[in-house]
Write a protein that binds this ligand. Structure first.
Ligand code: DMJ
Length: 472
């Protein structure tokens, strides 16, 4: 009897111990030491921008200088860095950017690309407001938005490619040409930021403009339900190729239908998403050699045209996972992970049907890390954290330099390129950090990200108030 009690007691102790161990194992499923390392790397890279490129759009880390996208600087990097610095607790640096944003005068004679400044500058400014609640920042956001809003004043409601921040005149890329042709990501990646701005100002005009543009694309879908690639904002006609895919130029069109619906549950937007996603799975999904790809297809027939993917498409497993299609998300992510491991980075474009790289460069883009992070959070599977550890190791090995990190011209030989994309601050380092740090530091379930990974708490937006403010 005594022996039995001892065995029982030992059994109880062992199971208590293993529960504790399991608890610890679960805690150890994050990687606080790597989170710390990423944080230090953010600080080092950010200080380099401050020292060598302050006031410029981007840091050229090898030649140790700044570079501007346009004739006049927009000073983009600080807007993209802000939310990552804030998430990491770099309050002094974040405060400095808040002050910088307040001194900025947007009355500049410069043509800007509406899509890019929306996700980076407007998104970044909104994130500053999210963290500070500073009404002067909201005034800056509104001023900036009011300067780009006239771009939507076209016969179709689709935005022109570029707009002059001072005169409100519209144009093509870099202010050149008549500029009436845009891709569908440039056409319809506004629901999220414009929705937030309508929410805070109580003026539905921003969200309504964004929704009109999204509907202008959706309503021009083919008879099988697929939109094209490029469209003329004046005639509303598809231009050039009649292709559809998930690559750059399309990606965020879909991303924003789902993400904006997460905080602003507009049933019309949800209906667009539901129909769109079922068509993606029906026509673009390509089960090829046991891997889950999404191909380039004919928008009118769904016929497979090219077995090609770009690194931007790796955003899709994240959206699949968050919208509940976990199986597809896991299979898709596995495919991306396979491609990453082939080269130790993702090439910009890859022809999987012919097993060859089409564009070999990489700017250390975030999408594959973002998707692995979503999957780790949603499934709890350790393999996704292991993937992210591998990506971090590879990026450190190939691309760490004296100042920060650099892009590569070629993922095979890792030839260096003197450039550090602003989204390396906004997205790449942020996803690494929050993946390693775990929910005590950043709670995935309580947040939603814009396409540039600027972070917003879901509970910042009351659904009833949103319905009225956005006018849906
Ligand atoms: C980012 O600027 C955004 O995520 C955008 O939507 C497309 N991809 C780049 C990063 O690769």
């Amino acid at each position: 009897m005594k022996k039995f009690s001892r065995i029982l007691l030992r059994g109880i102790l062992i199971s208590l111990f293993s529960l504790t161990v399991q608890g610890k194992t679960f805690a150890a499923q994050y990687a606080p030491e790597l989170a710390q390392q990423v944080k230090q790397e953010m600080q080092r890279s950010w200080q380099s921008y401050r020292k060598y490129a302050w006031g410029y759009d981007v840091l050229l880390p090898l030649s140790k200088q700044g570079f501007n996208w346009y004739e006049h600087s927009l000073g983009i990097s600080p807007y993209d860095a802000y939310s990552t610095l804030a998430v990491m607790g770099f309050d002094k640096e974040a405060k400095e950017i808040e002050r910088y944003a307040l001194t900025k005068d947007w009355n500049k004679d410069v043509y800007v690309q509406v899509f890019e400044v929306n996700i980076r500058i407007l998104g970044g400014l909104l994130a500053i407001y999210e963290y500070t609640n500073n009404p002067k920042i909201l005034a800056k956001v509104t001023d900036f938005a009011d300067r780009i809003l006239p771009a939507f004043d076209s016969p179709t409601g689709l935005p022109y490619h570029s707009i002059n921040l001072r005169s409100g005149k519209t144009a093509g890329d870099q202010g050149k040409g008549k500029g009436t042709v845009i891709n569908i990501a440039q056409a319809a990646t506004y629901l999220f930021e414009f929705g937030i701005l309508s929410y805070y100002t109580g003026d539905p005009k921003y969200y309504q403009a964004a929704k009109r543009a999204t509907k202008a694309i959706f309503n021009r879908r083919s008879s099988i339900g697929l939109p094209g690639e490029h469209i003329d904002v004046e005639t509303g006609k598809w231009v050039g190729t009649q292709w559809h895919h998930l690559q750059a130029g399309v990606d965020a069109y879909y991303e924003y239908m789902y993400k904006s619906w997460m905080i602003f549950p507009d049933p019309e937007v949800k209906a667009m998403w539901d129909e769109s996603v079922s068509n993606i799975e029906k026509y673009l999904y390509d089960d090829y050699q046991g891997k889950r790809f999404y191909a380039i297809v004919d928008m009118h027939t769904g016929k497979l045209l090219k077995r090609s993917v770009s690194l931007y498409d790796a955003f899709y497993p994240a959206i699949q996972a968050i919208s509940g299609n976990i199986k597809a998300a896991e299979e898709n992510q596995k495919t991306w992970d396979w491609l990453w491991n082939k080269y130790g980075l993702l090439p910009t474009r890859y022809h999987y049907g012919e097993n060859r790289i089409e564009f070999s460069n990489s700017e250390l883009n975030p999408e594959i890390i973002e998707s692995a992070y979503y999957l780790h959070q949603i499934t709890g599977k350790q393999e996704y954290l292991e993937m992210i550890k591998g990506y971090w190791q590879d990026i450190r090995n190939c691309c760490r330099n004296e100042l920060a990190y650099h892009a590569v011209k070629d993922v095979v030989n890792k030839e260096k390129r003197d450039y550090l994309a602003t989204y390396f601050y906004a997205e790449t380092l942020k996803y690494f950090y929050i993946a390693f740090a775990g929910p005590d530091v950043f709670d995935f379930n309580k947040h939603v990200f814009n396409t540039e990974a600027h972070t917003f708490r879901k509970d910042s937006f009351d659904p009833k108030k949103a319905k009225k403010a956005l006018g849906y």
